[in-house]
Design a protein around this ligand. Structure first.
Ligand code: G3P
Length: 503
């Protein structure tokens, strides 16, 4: 049979990428564009949804050119996306009514606080699996409806549409023919009842969000629609897989068994555990969410969302200018460990603390500074903070599920960092496995899009990732790690004593 390919469109917080995979699950080519961040006010982060769409079109074309294949050899397209980020647009003109409000953005904090003050926290969790926070789409929609002139009128006329980025791109790719999302993305809106698998009418009424702006919710795999002719080399290619990026990574690791858990180090760090056909209830600040919908069944997951991970390394590079690139950080941290055994702690709560704390008012702090502290120590503290935050979440997962974690699989940019991998294995006293091919998110949605058109027959026949590097914990470090983690817990406690409103 003539070789065909799956095109994964990975629309992340800082870039838009297209990656082409072959039948063995091998990456054949990539194309990428950086996404400009819009900072209109402190704490606000927005994206131009039209730029996202333009970039998506460009990278889809470029990846085909880079791979030097005929465009008709693309069997299907999958979309994976930064989740929660909210776009509202006019159905008639196809124009967004405002910039997209990004998941990290804080302009709807007051709406989230008001909902908490109304005593809705447990009700919202019981229905949606989410702890009220401005992170999720609901309060972002409320903010847009309130602040964009004419938004409510447009909704009343039936001309306003809401979507997370997957929905926006699907709508654009199909030239407005399909307004839909998948279960994994719907479960991040704080409007979707993850038990009934319906938009929740009671919450919509409480939040004053009109139901007519919401997309149809479907399985993550299956044909959503076809590219409009002017979009992709004049071809009508099926869009056959959609998943939020963290859930796509879970799928990409083939973490199909209950208790399988992965951590993706991107801008933030997202630890997701497959909990099977039943939702696991968290009493430790984790989110209950939908992993994916496949063959008419949903698989649930527990998630710990950590807001700042790779973003802290970017801050070292672009903000503090302590490093030139992320690659040098592992060696710097090794040198710090040799020269300055005494630790510095960084609590990177730059946009508040996510799981398991859910404290949107805490801000970042550094502890343990002396005159001997140098940039290598701060670099090391930053890498170690990624590991501590992972342990916070894994401990909560173990308490919630009583499941043992036999291995943690990791991916994403910072997963390539040897110092982090070693430190994390020691800290959580668990083997860490890292695929050599770190494009797990894109691979996950490629799997879904391939399954959706019969490119692969079933999950059992999906190709396995080739090579993995496994890091085993070193027992000799166990005691030191215990002390280190206690220090981290104290540092978090101290940082939380200075919330934002103390300024
Ligand atoms: O929930 C937000 C998450 O989906 C963003 O992922 O990879 O764009 O940082 P990323």
């Amino acid at each position: 049979m003539e070789q065909q390919y799956i095109l994964a469109l990975d629309q992340g917080t800082t870039s838009t990428r297209a990656i082409l995979f072959d039948h063995d699950g091998h990456k054949v080519a990539t194309a990428q564009k950086e996404l400009p961040q819009i900072f209109r006010q402190s704490g606000w982060i927005e994206h131009d949804a039209n730029v996202i769409w333009e970039h998506a079109r460009q990278v889809m074309a470029e990846v085909v050119i880079n791979a030097n294949i005929k465009p008709y050899k693309v069997a299907s397209i999958g979309i994976t996306n930064q989740r929660e980020t909210t776009v509202l647009w006019n159905r008639r003109t196809g124009e967004p009514i405002a910039d997209a409000v990004v998941w990290q953005s804080k302009q709807s904090d007051i709406f989230a606080n008001a909902l908490k003050e109304q005593g809705l926290t447990q009700k919202v969790y019981d229905k949606t699996g989410l702890w009220i926070d401005s992170y999720f789409s609901a309060t972002k929609i409320m903010w847009l409806l309130e602040n964009v002139p004419g938004a409510r009128e447009l909704a009343a006329e039936g001309d306003l549409l809401f979507g997370t980025i997957d929905t926006w791109l699907l709508w654009k790719l199909t030239n407005g023919a399909v307004h839909a999302t998948d279960y994994s993305n719907a479960s991040r809106t704080m409007l979707f009842n993850i038990h009934d698998l319906q938009w929740d009418e009671e919450l919509l009424a409480l939040f004053d969000i009109p139901a007519n702006i919401l997309p149809e919710v479907r399985d993550s795999s299956g044909i959503f629609g076809y590219t409009a002719e002017f979009v992709f080399f004049g071809l009508q290619v099926p869009i056959a897989g959609i998943a939020g990026d963290q859930q796509a990574a879970l799928f990409g690791h083939q973490a199909f068994k209950t208790g399988d858990v992965k951590n993706t180090f991107g801008t933030g760090s997202f630890i997701v555990m497959n909990t099977g056909e039943q939702p696991a209830i968290s009493t430790h600040g984790l989110l209950t969410t939908i992993g994916y919908g496949l063959d008419g069944k949903v698989t649930y997951a527990l998630e710990g969302s950590v807001f700042i991970a790779g973003a802290a390394i970017q801050w070292l590079r672009d903000g503090l200018q302590l490093i030139i690139n992320a690659q040098e950080t592992a060696e710097m941290a090794d040198r710090s460990r040799e020269n300055h055994p005494k630790r510095v702690y960084l609590v990177p709560a730059f946009t508040g603390l996510g799981a398991p704390y859910w404290d949107q008012n805490t801000r970042g702090a550094m502890f343990g500074l002396t005159r001997a502290t140098g940039r290598e120590d701060i670099v090391r503290a930053t890498l170690e903070s990624l590991a501590y935050q992972t342990k916070d979440v894994l401990d909560a997962m173990i308490s919630d599920t009583q499941l043992d974690i036999s291995t943690l699989v990791i991916d994403g940019g910072a997963a390539a960092n040897d110092y982090l991998q070693r430190f994390l294995a020691d800290l959580i006293a668990t083997p860490i496995s890292r695929p050599d091919q770190l494009e797990t998110t894109a691979l996950g949605v490629a799997y879904l899009a391939g399954l959706g058109v019969g490119y692969w027959d079933s999950v059992a026949t999906l190709p396995n990732s080739d090579e993995v590097t496994v890091e085993l914990p070193d027992e000799q470090h166990a005691e030191d790690m215990q002390v280190a983690y206690q220090g981290w817990q104290k540092a978090v406690e101290a940082a939380r004593m200075f919330p934002l409103d103390v300024e």
